[in-house]
Write a protein that binds this ligand. Structure first.
Ligand SMILES: Nc1nc2c(c(=O)[nH]1)N[C@H]1C(S)=C(S)[C@@H](COP(=O)(O)O)O[C@H]1N2
Ligand SMILES: [Mo]
Length: 256
């Protein structure tokens, strides 16, 4: 016998309400695509008539989505690359503050700190990073605020660096702390992806302050907010580290 599922009217209204409460457009879009009220309550086992449970439920759905994206992520599949002629000029600036407040990092005094599940935690200077093998990529950066741009970054393949310092590559997460108050974290499969680089240059020049001097992580397989600029410290861990925007509701995996 065919089953009929009745969706209560006030259920749809409640869901619409929940969606309205969510300010970030990316989050709303993701929810509209992936969610029904029934699905929400099934997934989380929460009582959806209790509005205070909605935030918790949404977070649970987002974490579920992280797992699915993790399963779907193909560590050998490459993001598209582009010719020099397609580079977006000028390349857009973005941060949680304005361009006039860009972090001034002193490159001579700067040391990259390492912690967590890493054998050799000796800090790195900028010249030491520049002495490692370098690669260049022309790839597309996609920001959830509704723009994308093609840029050219050069730097050290992150997988090379992680192996060099004896990182536990079976661990789940790599976290980043930045010179501004920004922080984020990524899955190990993406950290080891061949196009994930510790970018030291932009468009053939030393990485400018606004694009993350002295070093940013560049990943064409992830959305803009997952690409930390002005990296100060890197840690490897099995404890979920979250992130600046992720803790405010942006999906953590953030694949592009
Ligand atoms: N340290 C730091 N990194 C950051 C951010 C930030 O505010 N601080 N913003 C993120 C976001 S949302 C985007 S879109 C990109 C923008 O990088 P761009 O200025 O090189 O375009 O940086 C990401 N990394
Ligand atoms: Mo962004």
């Amino acid at each position: 016998m065919k089953k009929t599922i009745l969706v209560p009217r006030q259920g749809q209204a409640m869901l619409d309400d929940a969606l309205r409460q969510i300010k970030q457009p990316s989050r709303r879009l993701f929810l509209q695509r992936s969610l029904t009220l029934g699905g929400l309550s099934l997934l989380t086992g929460c009582n959806v008539s209790d509005p205070s449970g909605i935030e918790t439920a949404l977070a649970a759905v987002s974490r579920f989505n992280d797992r699915v994206q993790g399963w779907l992520f193909d560590p050998t599949k490459l993001a598209p690359t582009y010719p020099d002629s397609m580079i977006t000029r000028p390349f857009p600036f973005n941060a949680y503050y304005g361009e006039d407040e860009v972090e001034e990092v002193d490159g001579d005094a700067w040391r990259l700190e390492l912690s967590g599940l890493i054998a050799d935690k000796k800090p790195w200077t900028l010249p030491q990073l520049r002495a490692l093998p370098q690669e260049t990529q022309i790839t597309r950066h996609i920001c959830v605020e509704g723009w994308s741009a093609i840029g050219k970054w050069g730097g050290v393949p992150f997988s090379h660096f992680l192996k060099r310092v004896g990182a536990d590559t079976t661990a789940k997460y790599v976290g980043f702390k930045c010179a501004d108050d920004y922080f984020t974290s990524i899955d190990m499969a993406t950290a080891l992806h061949p196009q994930t680089i510790m970018a030291l240059s932009y468009d053939g020049q030393e990485l400018p302050p606004k694009y993350g001097y002295p070093m940013k992580l560049r990943m064409p397989t992830k959305l803009g907010y997952k690409n930390p600029k002005h990296i100060q410290a890197i840690f490897v861990t099995n404890t979920y580290p979250g992130g600046y925007w992720e803790n405010q509701g942006y999906n953590w995996f953030g694949g592009s």
